[in-house]
Design a protein around this ligand. Structure first.
Ligand code: HEC
Length: 422
């Protein structure tokens, strides 16, 4: 007598231990784990098999894993999207009845990133109590952001190569953007409000937060490519603009930021160039496309982007037109959802020559067709200083370090010119 051990067809199909556990660990595990930002864990067979049909549907419709950039732009590092083969494996696995297969030597789990200890840890001395509900802000919307200012106490300039953010309420906090301020402005604003942090954008004068990038849901750290750093002037304060979603109960936010430095004299400072439209007015039922362009004064190696917009924006992109007329898309976000925004670093730096024209464009849909329109019933949608401009930040360094000062001066003039009334 023979024991049936499964047909060859069955053996050939995907199993939990064969393929699925690894796919889920790689593409879902950064969020769907204990202490992660997602509402449930996807770590064990039971977690996944128990909601397999739902998982199959959100994966096939590309709702999960969340990933905003489309394929038209430059290749982005740590791309989170699922390859077509993996989607098919999940579909086949669910159709075949979720076979568990044979356990291998080691169960697939997400490995914690073990790295060097940070050179500086900034932590809020006391928590801010996030209210159960946001309450109205100036723009007919739930209050959903808070800016925290932490002294760095640095007697010397610092060259920051990496940062990591930790939240005490990971399911409530989504996008966080960073800036280092040596002007005292952020501290002054913060001191006018009682308790930790303040209710304003983290922008300092003409510099938007995000000039040192930002982190998002399931992506809490940012490491610049070798040879680049963010420059922090002596006696700076770290500014963190935290976007959160009130969860219906009070929560403590006691956030921290770890920083890593370099002392490599050859490292180049990353500057952030801002594509921005400061004021927008979109009538109810109206869809509007807005643009902004500038021209690079020197050769620049670009390393990444931080999108910055909330409200009724449904898509955005950044283009480059070379001096010879050739053009290409740098960043394309065809279906923008501010909830999932973060900084995007390129797989490899890309050089843009002096004279390259950078064009940003954004689509604002103040309609009911925009399923994410936070302003219903419809009314005219206006952005201004307080509600935040629409922007895409471009991070890059002068290709020739000797031209860095020129790049900075040019950019500062550009930002000043935009502030003047037209
Ligand atoms: C970047 C973090 C992140 C990653 C990666 C991620 N998820 Fe999610 N997922 C979430 C969050 C957060 C929610 C809660 C819904 C929300 O906030 O919009 C969620 C919700 C879900 C839901 C419920 C659907 C819903 O609309 O509420 C399913 C099912 C799901 N995820 C499956 C997956 C699977 C399968 C993967 C991997 C292929 C994955 N997720 C990867 C963060 C993530």
């Amino acid at each position: 007598m023979f024991l049936a051990v499964g047909t060859p067809e069955e053996a050939a199909g995907p199993t939990w231990h064969g393929e699925i556990a690894a796919i889920v660990a790689t593409h879902c595990g950064s969020c769907h784990r204990d202490d992660g930002p997602a509402p449930f864990t996807l770590q064990r067979y039971e977690d996944v098999a128990g909601r397999a049909n739902f998982i199959e549907a959100v994966v096939r419709e590309r709702l999960m894993p969340p990933w905003l950039p489309g394929s038209a732009g430059l290749p982005i590092r740590d791309h989170r999207g699922l390859p077509e083969d993996d989607i098919k494996a999940i579909t086949d696995w669910v159709r075949a009845g979720k076979p568990i297969g044979t356990a291998g030597a080691e169960p697939a789990t997400v490995k914690a990133t073990a790295g060097a200890a940070p050179d500086l840890r900034l932590a809020m001395p006391e928590p801010w109590i996030m209210p159960a509900e946001g309450g109205e802000n100036w723009g007919r919307r739930q209050r959903d952001k808070r800016t925290f200012v932490l002294p760095m106490n640095n007697a010397e300039a610092l060259k920051v190569t990496a940062l990591a953010y930790a939240s005490e309420a990971p399911q409530a906090v989504h996008a966080v953007t960073f800036l280092a301020d040596a002007t005292g402005t952020a501290r002054y604003t913060d001191d006018r409000e009682v308790g930790p942090g303040h209710y304003m954008t983290g922008d300092v004068r003409d510099r938007p937060t995000g000039v040192m990038g930002g982190v998002g849901v399931g992506m809490r750290s940012l490491a610049l490519p070798p040879g680049f750093h963010w420059e922090v002037e002596p006696w700076s304060e770290a500014v963190m603009e935290v976007h959160y979603r009130p969860t219906g109960r009070e929560q403590h936010l006691r956030e921290s930021l770890d920083l890593w430095f370099t002392d490599d004299p050859a490292s180049r400072p990353v500057r952030t160039m801002v594509s921005m439209v400061r004021q927008v007015s979109v009538d109810a039922e109206e869809t509007q496309r807005v643009h902004d362009t500038y021209t690079l004064p020197v050769d620049v190696d670009i390393i990444g982007f931080t999108p910055r917009a909330t409200g009724v924006i449904t898509s955005m992109n950044l283009n480059a037109t070379w001096p010879d007329g050739a053009s290409r898309v740098l960043l394309d976000i065809p279906d923008y959802d501010p909830h999932w925004r973060q900084a995007y670093l390129l797989e490899a730096p890309v050089r843009l020559p002096a004279g390259t024209r950078i064009g940003g464009s954004w689509v604002l849909e103040n309609t009911l067709d925009n399923a994410r329109n936070p302003f219903v019933p419809l009314e005219r949608y206006v952005t201004g200083r307080r509600t935040g401009a629409v922007a895409i930040l471009l991070h890059g360094a002068a290709a020739d370090a000797a031209e860095d000062a020129q790049l900075r001066r040019w950019h500062s003039d550009l930002m000043m010119a935009r502030q003047r009334p037209r």
